[in-house]
Design a binder for this molecule. Structure first.
Ligand code: SF4
Ligand code: SF4
Length: 177
């Protein structure tokens, strides 16, 4: 049988418990949040490293990377040498209204041209303004944190002792024929 007022008492218990806890509300934008250094805020482009190979655009599951480029031919150096051609990047844009921040483009880039930046203050009131071109993506490179130092690993590699139990198991003949 239901006890009258039990629901009210249970609710007041929850309220009393919550009152004694520290508030987790962030006072943004008056106070900037302390984000982890490797936060996925926005994708930055190191334009100088990009070869317009299109791998990132092909791998992107949301099809939100737009790349245009043209080929330029450099004159040959010396009599026997052939002319050399290279891709010149005309447009590199990411539509952040479609991007799902999976990071596949960054993993796929073989030339270290894409990086995660913790920058997150690029909200817009119109979705169409969330497509950002290469100049803005290049500017975000200044907000990319320096890479973490390489783990030097152990200075001395100790041989692994298999122990008497393991050694005995290795020496035992198999009984299953
Ligand atoms: S993070 Fe994912 S969805 Fe966004 S541009 Fe890169 S591959 Fe596409
Ligand atoms: S960002 Fe990387 S993967 Fe994408 S086109 Fe440039 S070099 Fe290729």
């Amino acid at each position: 049988m239901a006890v009258p007022g039990k629901g009210l008492i249970d609710g007041l218990k929850v309220t009393a418990k919550t009152l004694s806890r520290r508030s987790v509300t962030e006072q943004y934008p008056d106070v900037q949040p302390e984000l982890p250094p490797r936060s996925r805020g926005v994708i930055a482009l190191m334009e100088e490293n990009c070869t317009s190979c299109m791998l990132c655009a092909r791998e992107c599951p949301s099809w939100c990377i737009y790349i245009d480029s043209h080929t330029e031919t450099a004159p040959s150096v010396g009599e026997q040498a052939r002319e050399r051609s290279r891709n010149v990047l005309d447009r590199f844009a990411i539509d952040f209204s479609l991007c799902m921040y999976c990071g596949i483009c960054i993993e796929a880039c073989p030339f270290d041209a894409l990086f995660w930046s913790p920058e997150f203050e690029y909200a817009e009131t119109d979705l169409r303004n969330l497509t950002h071109e290469k100049d803005r993506l290049r500017d975000w490179m200044w907000t990319v944190p320096a890479p973490q130092p390489i783990d030097p690993g152990p200075s001395v590699i100790e041989p692994i002792d298999p122990g008497p139990g393991d050694a005995a198991r290795v020496d035992e003949p198999r009984s299953d024929g």
